[in-house]
Ligand binder design. Structure first.
Ligand SMILES: [Fe+2]
Length: 713
């Protein structure tokens, strides 16, 4: 569990970062393709903690949200282990469940409180509550005793394989290194560490310690279970054991299983993921048949008869703009991964979808065919259809994480952080953008140091090898960075031919996204118009023009096709409004749409496998159980932990500029109030839409209340 360890150690160091003043600067990274980081962040000597400027260090509220989410999944794993065949607790399982559910409720209350903090004391109180809850869990489950017992056993029977990594030793090393740093640079201490501050820091560290203990125990138990074979849950590919959906369901104890678990095998829900899933950006309208998917008119009639109960005509459907393609051919050529063990398989499928004709009982998208390598699968191939859908969803998950999520949001936004920080503190654009860029450099730093580093979680869980993933992430980032003038939300819909609700009636991501886009656009227009009354005033703002030229500079952000001349010169207020709206929409809504579906949907591995573990069927007429290609359960557990964490941190809320520099500025008051009012109306409108039977699952990722201001997770 390398990454979990890294993460805990990193957070432990981050707590100490609060006591350093160093206001270091960072600059553009001139070799960003390789480390997948746009920003060059030097590290502090002795410990590899980033020397970020003070305002890039995450707030304690953010840290507490992360620690709270980690606590939930660590307790979930403990609860899961405790119900296995290996004795875990002296108490019976049911009383443990009641106790743990109660603690889970306490953790949820803590989360609400984090979102309402007003003062540092509030934050410190919450840290204290969190540490107390974890202490109770630790005592109830006798975690220390069990760890001691295990270590004593280990000392008595040392073998190479059971030399355990010790968190406590690592934590102590960090404490010593930090103390040395402080001694060497006493000026760097930000304040006298009074007793309340010392207690606050100790509490944060203890939260991390308790999590480390839970993790250590779950790790030991998983190893022991695998070794003595008493618990087949962690069986690997190639074992005689074959898993069932129930085995995956059993991985969910305190973490609730997403609703998709009960529905993902339905064809219509599978198609719905293209319009309301984690990666709702693939569909392209096609007006003529694609030779790569040679479906005959007759086959199309049979397929539509089977799925919607009446035969549709392919020619008419094409003419009426009702045929859509999800093309994953960008994944072609990616190398199959095999880390940490087991051969994995990535595929580059094509999916063909159709909208039933006007007058049909439902006009929700339906699947027509899936092409995988040379084989063409349709719903008529009952022995392989579920596997084909599973492979397409696997490809979609890989495309989603690396291209749409990491590349097109996290990495795309990073150069704007650096350029914006070069603007003077009182520049209007800096004030507006700052809340939308909070935490992005740090989370990206964490990603390239750990998550997408070789042997990190992406390497472990995704289907391809890590070099191929890096290449794909760079393509994703460049698809926006090199094409800025084409990536405003409405333009992306037009370009894919999915902007007409008459042709594609059910598309929650598009419909909710347009509401948010328009609200952001109105707000940005109101804000910027209060500073720039004419195009000339935009052209004459030297700081603004410098910001733009840094973004396109080959030694800066390296954007292309930015500015009206595509060279980085901003000539009109309208252009500026569109560009700034694009940045804000991507950093808030677009990221929310792809990020939080990780928790709401992708958490369930059978519906969203991150890799395929046996080769794809080559004959559509063969028989195959799709479950045989799913990830082993230890990988599934890691998927749940990781996606739970990444998809649970809601830090800040779109439109809430309480901590901004312009919050009470009279010149933007009308526009701001209007924006906040509009977001409330949209919230209500989306909740109404989610009641409709057209929405097979509620689409909650673009509810304004669930869109953070910035990419910070
Ligand atoms: Fe994210």
């Amino acid at each position: 569990m390398l990454n979990q360890k890294d993460l805990l150690l990193f957070l432990y160091k981050l707590v100490d970062r609060y006591i350093f003043t160093q206001g270091d600067r960072y600059e553009y990274n001139y070799n960003y393709l390789n480390p997948l980081a746009m920003t060059d962040v030097p590290q502090m000597p002795l410990i590899n903690l980033p020397r970020l400027p003070k305002d890039e260090i995450p707030s304690r509220e953010w840290l507490l949200l992360v620690l709270k989410a980690m606590s939930v999944y660590n307790i979930n794993n403990t609860a899961k282990a405790s119900s296995g065949t290996v004795s875990f607790s002296t108490d019976d399982v049911d009383s443990d469940s009641v106790f743990l559910s109660d603690k889970l409720n306490s953790l949820e209350t803590i989360e609400q409180q984090i979102n309402e903090v007003k003062t540092t004391e509030d934050v410190n109180d919450i840290a204290f509550q969190l540490v107390s809850t974890l202490k109770e869990v630790n005592e109830h489950l006798s975690i220390n005793e069990q760890l001691d017992e295990y270590r004593n056993h280990q000392d008595a029977n040392p073998t190479d394989s059971n030399t355990q990594f010790s968190f406590e030793e690592e934590f102590q090393k960090i404490d010593v290194q930090i103390a040395e740093q402080l001694e060497e640079n006493p000026d760097n201490i930000s304040f006298d560490l009074d007793s309340s501050e010392q207690i606050a820091i100790a509490n944060l560290k203890n939260i991390i310690r308790y999590n480390a203990q839970l993790l250590e125990l779950a790790d030991i138990q998983a190893t022991e279970n695998a070794e003595d074979g008493t618990n087949v849950n962690f069986g690997s590919v190639g074992d005689n054991y074959s898993h069932t959906l129930e085995d995956y369901d059993n991985l969910f104890r305190l973490i609730t299983k997403p609703e998709i678990a009960a529905k993902f095998q339905q064809d219509i829900v599978f198609a719905y993921m293209q319009v309301a899933g984690p990666n709702p950006v693939m569909l392209k309208q096609i007006k003529t048949a694609d030779p790569r998917l040679p479906i005959t008119g007759e086959q199309y009639q049979q397929i539509t008869s089977k799925i919607i109960g009446k035969a549709d005509s392919l020619d008419i459907a094409l003419q009426e703009g009702r045929i859509y393609l999800a093309d994953y051919s960008l994944l072609e050529g990616m190398v199959n991964g095999n880390y940490p063990r087991d051969q994995k398989y990535i595929y580059a499928p094509l999916g063909l979808f159709a909208v039933p004709p006007v007058g049909s009982s439902s006009r929700s998208l339906i699947p027509v065919a899936i092409k995988i390598q040379q084989a063409l699968f349709t719903p008529l191939h009952t022995g392989t259809w579920m596997s084909a859908k599973s492979i397409l969803q696997m490809a979609d998950s890989n495309y989603h994480e690396v291209y749409s999520h990491l590349g097109q949001t996290h990495l795309f936004i990073e150069p704007f952080v650096v350029a914006t920080n070069h603007l003077s503190k009182d520049h209007n654009l800096r004030k507006l953008l700052k809340p939308h860029l909070e935490g992005t450099v740090l989370i990206n730093y964490g990603a390239h140091q750990s998550l997408v580093a070789p042997k990190g979680s992406v390497d472990k869980l995704l289907a391809s090898n890590i070099n191929s993933d890096h290449e794909l992430a760079v393509k994703g980032a460049q698809s926006c960075l090199f094409n800025f003038n084409e990536v405003a939300f409405p333009k992306t819909l037009e370009r894919r031919g999915v902007n007409d609700p008459n042709q594609l009636p059910v598309y929650p991501y598009r419909d909710d996204g347009m509401l948010i886009w328009n609200a952001i656009h109105d707000w940005v227009k109101g804000y910027l118009s209060s500073y720039y009354s004419t195009d000339a005033s935009v052209q004459n703002d030297q700081d603004l023009q410098k910001w733009a030229s840094q973004l396109v500079s080959p030694t800066g952000g390296r954007l292309k096709n930015f500015g009206e001349d595509a060279q980085g010169r901003i000539k009109t207020l309208n252009y500026l409004i569109e560009a700034v709206s694009t940045v804000i929409f991507t950093a808030s809504a677009q990221h929310a749409a792809v990020n939080f579906a990780q928790r709401g949907l992708m958490l369930y591995p059978p519906a969203f496998p991150l890799a395929r573990y046996i080769p794809a069927p080559t004959d559509p007429n063969q028989q195959e159980n799709f479950i045989d290609g799913l990830p082993p359960l230890d990988r599934a557990t890691d998927q749940i932990n990781l996606l739970y964490l990444l998809g649970s941190i809601y830090y800040t809320k779109l439109g809430d500029y309480t901590n901004s520099d312009f919050h009470s500025s009279p010149r933007v008051q009308d526009a701001l109030k209007n924006f906040q009012k509009e977001l409330k109306t949209i919230e209500e409108q989306i909740r109404q839409r989610n009641q409709s039977s057209e929405r097979l699952l509620a689409y909650e990722y673009l509810l304004p209340s669930k869109i953070p201001q910035s990419i910070n997770i």
